[in-house]
Design a protein around this ligand. Structure first.
Ligand code: NAD
Length: 498
């Protein structure tokens, strides 16, 4: 078995600003807690006001006057590829740090999240060289040339959540850099370790000072300063909807670009004509991956009346196959990890209580694990049946391994239930009727829909967007860019139409 602690530094991890590893003026640190046992295993320095100012100044200077802006897309692309190679060499170390910090399964971190992180740099290195614009045939009798080009936004603040900081961080940072921006990354205080470790690769590879800055600290101070600063051109948040709302408000004075990837409460509609066993397996995967801490989790399963009882029996049976524990104990068959923190575990338990008190039927789970694992934040997969749309657990994002099952008779009823929440991040439909599959997928109000499967098959190639309260902004590299439309007069003898 791998010893992940061999990769952990004894000294606190420093911030990375302007190409230097920085100890904040305050000297304050934060403990890095392993969610498996709630023990601290490392420390990271905590950024404050001074460091935010320093990071903004560095990113601004690197964008406005530094070598980054003068580099060609090809040169930037080559740096991204160099980064990819170094990240690939250190993938075991980074998978260990990420899995320790977030309580993830080591195998899924090493075999899925790391390859995805590495691939993002490869993909966007290619994209950096394909940022084509277009020529638009405007009406002008051939006298006018009009073309549209894409330009970087400038200094981008990327604010990250804790549920997959490395993979999400890599996907965002590579796109931001490929677009030609400079970046200030602020990871979540609950999961900063892997991003701080990543700084040494940016340094080694030779990104010019100030192009990438990584700064820790609270959302209410560090995040808020980034959002309010006039010298930050764009804020991109991946986080909860409430945080997104605050950012909309606090960015108002500086009228900057904002892109928000927010929470979800995604429906998964199962029609009676499916292969029940297969649909159950996908439904299970849809709400239990990463212990339910995935924004696009399929947390509302909407099942047709005639298969409703059988579906619940089968799903319940499958839930018994999970072995909870330390994600590094894969040789002992552990395939389900803890929730990120005690605090978050309590939030999830409160939702479970609410579900019970509002009359939902608890089929399985619903409790924090006792015994050997009682020091960790373990809640086994929890199924609620007979959930109706007025219940809190149907409406609100729980962000844990809790699924709500509701019954429908007709297609219209299923669609109404699916769309009956404020979120619109993802959704799925299972049916063997090809027409119905597409018809229902088209009616689900969400930025990402799966038919007879669950989860994205190409996060960078075909990124989703959040509809309704699940987000703002376009997907992919253009999220971090401005378009410019340019008109050229081709005829020397044309006067203005006065
Ligand atoms: P969160 O909103 O609590 O925090 C996200 C980040 O925002 C953190 O770095 C935090 O410090 C910062 N922040 C908090 N308040 C801020 C403020 N006032 N100004 C600026 N920054 C502030 O979210 P979380 O608990 O870390 O992550 C879980 C949430 O993220 C869930 O709702 C989940 O659905 C969502 N999420 C969405 C996506 C997506 O692609 N749509 C992906 C992953 C996670």
């Amino acid at each position: 078995m791998i010893d992940p602690y061999k990769y952990v530094n004894n000294k606190p991890y420093k911030l990375y600003i302007n190409g230097e590893f920085i100890t904040p003026k305050s000297g304050k640190t934060m403990d890095v807690i392993n969610p498996v046992n709630n023990k601290s295993f490392a420390r990271v320095y905590k950024g404050g006001e001074k460091e935010v100012k320093k990071a903004i100044k560095a990113a601004r200077k690197a964008y406005d006057n530094g070598p980054w802006g003068k580099m060609t897309n090809l040169q930037r692309s080559k740096l991204l590829l160099k980064f990819r190679d170094k990240l690939s060499e250190r993938r075991e170390e980074l998978a260990c740090l990420e899995a320790l910090d977030c309580g993830k399964l080591y195998t899924s971190t090493f075999y899925y999240e790391l390859p995805q992180s590495i691939d993002a740099f490869e993909y966007y290195a290619g994209k950096a060289r394909c940022l084509e614009g277009k020529v638009v045939p405007v009406d002008g009798g051939g006298n006018y040339l009009n073309y549209v080009t894409w330009n970087p936004c400038g200094v981008v603040a990327e604010i990250l959540p804790w549920n997959g900081p490395l993979m999400m961080g890599c996907q965002k940072i590579s796109a931001i850099l490929a677009a030609g921006n400079t970046v200030i990354v602020k990871p979540s205080s609950w999961a900063s370790l892997s991003l701080l470790a990543l700084a040494s690769i940016f340094d080694e590879v030779g990104f010019p000072p100030g192009v990438v800055n990584i700064i820790t600290g609270s959302g209410s101070l560090v995040g808020d300063m980034l959002v309010k600063s006039k010298n930050v051109d764009m804020v991109s948040l991946t986080g909860g909807t409430e945080t997104g709302k605050k950012i909309i408000e606090s960015s108002a004075k500086s009228v900057k670009n904002i892109a928000l990837e927010l929470g979800g409460k995604s429906p998964n509609i199962i029609f009676e004509d499916v292969n029940l066993e297969n649909a159950c397996k996908w439904a299970l995967f849809g709400f239990t991956l990463n212990s339910g801490q995935v924004c696009v989790s399929g947390t509302r399963i909407i099942v047709q009346e005639s298969i409703y009882d059988d579906f619940i029996i089968q799903l319940n049976k499958l839930c018994k196959n999970f072995k909870l524990g330390d994600g590094f104990d894969y040789e002992k068959g552990v395939n389900f990890g803890p929730l990120i923190s005690k605090e978050h575990c309590n939030t999830v338990l409160n939702y479970i209580e609410k579900g019970i008190s509002e009359g939902a039927r608890l089929v399985t789970g619903g409790k924090k694990l006792e015994g050997e694992l009682s020091n960790g934040n373990f809640i086994s997969p929890t199924i609620f049946a007979d959930v109706t749309s007025h219940m809190t657990i149907f409406q609100e994002e729980i962000f844990g391994p809790v699924v709500c099952i509701s019954k429908f008779k007709t297609e219209e009823e299923a669609i109404k239930l699916a769309n009956g929440v404020n979120y619109g991040l993802a959704g799925a439909v299972f049916t063997n009727n090809i027409k119905r599959g597409h018809r229902v997928a088209e009616k689900i109000k969400a930025g990402q829909v799966y038919i007879n499967t669950y989860f994205s098959k190409g996060m960078v190639e075909s990124a989703g967007t959040g509809w309704k309260q699940s987000g703002l902004g376009v997907a992919g590299i253009h999220k971090y860019m401005h378009s410019k439309t340019t008109f050229v007069e081709l005829d020397d003898n044309v006067n203005p139409p006065l």
